[in-house]
Design a protein around this ligand. Structure first.
Ligand code: PCA
Length: 215
């Protein structure tokens, strides 16, 4: 079977009409990067259901690398997340009106998982291309952290599968009535995520997949 990468994005949420993470994932579908075919999966912005859809995609594609994407409105750059924590704590309702508070994602599961993406190599490569990027120390406690934790929980024993979560900023069309907020054009985001994939595939082979291994 051809080696593959799974890229996920989220549908719009919180009353938005767009979610750049979905646009990026769909744009990358079918592309070949470093001899890996890219599969895209759009996830519902719903606690629980999003995990079922992710797990189905993992079983279907058996990817070597998984990059989950989400929108972080208000952030200026592309931000690979360092750590997923075992808690749901929603400030707003998800797309199915769920609003869990202080609820573990996996009962009895580890407190947290580190990303197994080379997060520092990713930010360095993006900055070299003049794309704003920095490591984020928290993916929040909404559906993005939820899916990040579920991903790491699913692949933690599969040492050959590397994965993690990357937040992206708003698109220019999303900040029209939000003065002074940062945004990034879609072409730059797509180029940036291609770089994330390339760097992750390059460093996946010979690096230990564990906390902070490449730092
Ligand atoms: N961003 C939200 C959920 C979906 C998305 O794109 C978050 O950061 O949790």
């Amino acid at each position: 079977m051809k080696r593959s990468v799974l890229v996920t994005g989220f549908e719009p949420f919180g009353g938005d009409l767009l979610n750049p993470s979905e646009v990026i994932a769909v744009a990358l579908e079918g592309r070949v990067i470093s001899k890996h075919v890219i599969h895209a999966q759009v996830l519902p912005c719903v606690f629980g259901t999003s995990i079922d859809v992710l797990n189905d995609a993992l079983n279907r594609y058996k990817p070597n690398l998984v990059i989950c994407l989400g929108q972080a409105g208000g952030r200026a750059g592309i931000t690979p997340e360092r750590v997923a924590i075992n808690i749901d704590d929603a400030r707003i309702a998800d797309n199915d009106a769920n609003k869990p508070i202080d609820r573990p994602i996996v009962k009895g599961g580890p407190v947290a998982y580190f990303s197994t993406l080379p997060i520092k190599a990713i930010t360095a490569a993006l900055n070299k291309q003049k794309i704003v990027s920095s490591v984020s120390q928290t993916a929040g406690t909404f559906v993005c952290n939820h899916i990040f934790y579920a991903l790491m929980h699913a692949i933690t024993k599969t040492r050959s599968v590397r994965g993690g979560f990357v937040h992206v900023p708003w698109l220019p069309e999303q900040i029209k009535d939000k003065k002074g907020q940062p945004s990034m054009p879609i072409e730059v985001m797509i180029k940036g995520i291609e770089t994330v994939i390339k760097v992750s595939l390059k460093t996946a082979k010979d690096k230990l997949v564990s906390a902070g291994a490449e730092h």
